[in-house]
Design a protein around this ligand. Structure first.
Ligand code: XMP
Length: 512
């Protein structure tokens, strides 16, 4: 296994993900409890994350002596490289100006990290993000790659199996980064690389049993993949100590609520309370047009309804949630600054404190595609597991302006046509998320001999790997024409269709 020591980088979880992708088990421990984790795990190697601190400051986070004394291979990334250099007798200085974003690396020498990948004299793209930099190597190290702004871009002490990089191999903007990390864990540390999602499942089941004991757990289902996978996993761990509550806010896509109910009651036989609360939600949304207020209302009402149901069930000390890593940190800032609230996600609510419940969040370190793998591992049907992500507040945030039952119905129909055409074209799995939005704008049209004055429907489709950044899906014109024609012909209330051509950033995936 590999231990990742977290010095507070916003992308530490991405390191864990890359290690998982290399087929190796890893755990993340904050720097101040890393020593205990190290003693317990006895890992074959340690990766030191980046972080916002500066090693030039008094009391900066440090690498535990026990880790260095053990002689295991070390791989320091950014802050991790600086901490390693300082600790071993090199020097680090604060840069006047940092270096951020895309940079090109000149490979100077062979290195185990580069094996099968990079050769001397080649140039490769990497993603830099640092203020401080190494200015003198620790004894035994040599420079194996440089960049214009970073003369110590990659350093290595092959004899001790210590490596350091000034850039971030864990982010997708370093295209070979995953392979560099795989080289470290497989070739340097000698991990076998046969760890799988099946193992993850076993580990998590054991963890859930240990956390919960014989306590009762309640899980809120949103109708989406995440909470469903969390629920099925927890049910596999503790059986009917789990009760699921499906707060049906009436803001789901066409046919989805029924699908959830039949999956849980029918296929899995998991105790399920189905609360039909459409009237309550739509009543509260009446007249509300502010996106954040809509989100907050839905989040709060969801919690209220859920709390009421939980009280009826009684005696549950644990609350399960399908929180994923991108929900934990929505705004990834590569500059080390604090992450800001772009949107208030409704599944990281205040319920646990209010009800004095402990959280069970078995998916907290996973990314969406990993959750899908886990879902398949748990036997969830492919159509369900492969479904595009759907936001907690549902269609309400795809109807800018006021949400009414009628507008939800209109949107559901348009959305269903769009998705049907995408499926028919065989494009569903190539797209991260595709959906229709219903705009609060009416335009003039002509149908037959008559004038129409109806709403505009926007279509969105993006590709992404984690929802944090996204590209527009480039449909061909014939496809979009077909969808637009069908929607205008078949959905009463829509007379114009437009396609959203904005990537994320600067746009977000959802419209609100
Ligand atoms: P944005 O719109 O912020 O969305 O680019 C990123 C991803 O998150 C989903 N999303 C949500 N998921 N609760 C969720 O569970 C929410 O409140 C929420 N808001 C957005 C969105 O669909 C996309 O996949």
């Amino acid at each position: 296994s590999i231990l990742i020591i977290d010095f507070g980088s916003q992308v530490t979880q991405l390191i864990a993900r890359r290690v998982r992708e290399a087929g190796v088990y890893s755990e993340i421990a904050p720097f101040n409890s890393a020593e205990a984790a190290f003693e317990r795990m006895k890992p074959k190697g340690v990766i030191l994350s980046g972080g916002p601190a500066s090693v030039t400051e008094e009391g900066a986070p440090d690498i535990p002596d026990a880790v260095l004394d053990s002689g295991v291979p070390l791989f320091g990334i950014c802050y991790g490289q600086q901490a390693l250099t300082k600790k071993l007798g090199g020097s680090v200085e604060g840069g006047e100006t940092g270096e951020f974003g895309r940079a090109f690396l000149d490979v100077a020498e062979d290195c185990t990290l580069f094996s099968g990948l990079w050769k001397p004299n080649e140039k490769h793209q990497v993603w830099m993000s640092h203020g401080d930099k190494v200015t003198a190597l620790a004894p035994g190290f040599s420079v194996v790659a440089t960049s214009e702004g970073a003369p110590y871009a990659v350093i290595a002490n092959e004899q001790k199996r210590y490596y350091g990089m000034q850039f971030h191999p864990e982010v997708v903007h370093t295209p070979d980064g995953g392979k560099l990390i795989a080289n470290f864990v497989r070739h340097v540390c000698g991990c076998s690389g046969d760890w799988t999602m099946a193992e993850f499942k076993k580990t998590k089941i054991a963890e859930i049993r240990e956390q919960v004991g014989d306590g009762k757990v309640i899980c809120g289902l949103s109708g989406g993949v995440d909470s469903a996978v969390a629920a099925v996993l927890i049910h596999e761990a503790i059986g009917d100590q789990l009760t699921c509550v499906f707060v049906d806010h009436g803001l789901m896509r066409m046919g989805e609520a029924d699908q959830v109910v039949s999956l849980f009651r029918g296929s899995y036989n998991i105790p399920l309370v189905h609360v039909e609360a459409e009237t309550l939600f739509l009543g509260g949304l009446k007249g509300e047009t502010d996106p954040e207020k809509k989100r907050k209302f839905i989040g709060k009402t969801f919690i209220d309804v859920f709390e009421e149901e939980a009280k009826k069930i009684g005696g549950a000390a644990f609350l399960a949630q399908g929180t994923l890593y991108p929900d934990v940190i929505e705004s990834v800032s590569f500059t080390g600054g604090p992450s800001v609230t772009i949107k208030s996600h409704h599944n990281v609510g205040g319920l646990p404190e209010r009800m004095n419940m402990e959280l069970v969040e078995p998916l907290r370190e996973l990314f969406k595609d990993e959750v899908r793998d886990l879902g398949r591992e748990l036997g969830l049907p492919d159509v369900f597991v492969g479904r595009h992500p759907f936001p907690g507040p549902g269609l309400a945030i795809r109807i800018p302006g006021e949400v009414t039952r009628e507008r939800c119905e209109i949107l559901r129909k348009a959305d269903a046509i769009y998705l049907e055409e995408i499926r028919n074209a065989g494009l569903y799995d190539a797209i991260w998320q595709a959906f229709a939005v219903l705009l609060p704008v009416k335009t003039v049209g002509v149908m037959g001999d008559g004038r129409t004055y109806d709403s505009v429907c926007g279509l969105r489709a993006v590709t992404s790997t984690d929802g944090m950044t996204a590209d527009v899906y480039p449909f061909d014109a014939a496809f979009l024409t077909r969808v637009a024609t069908r929607i205008v012909n078949e959905v009463k209330g829509i007379n114009r269709v437009v396609y959203d051509y904005t990537s994320k950033p600067p746009g977000t995936i959802e419209w609100e």
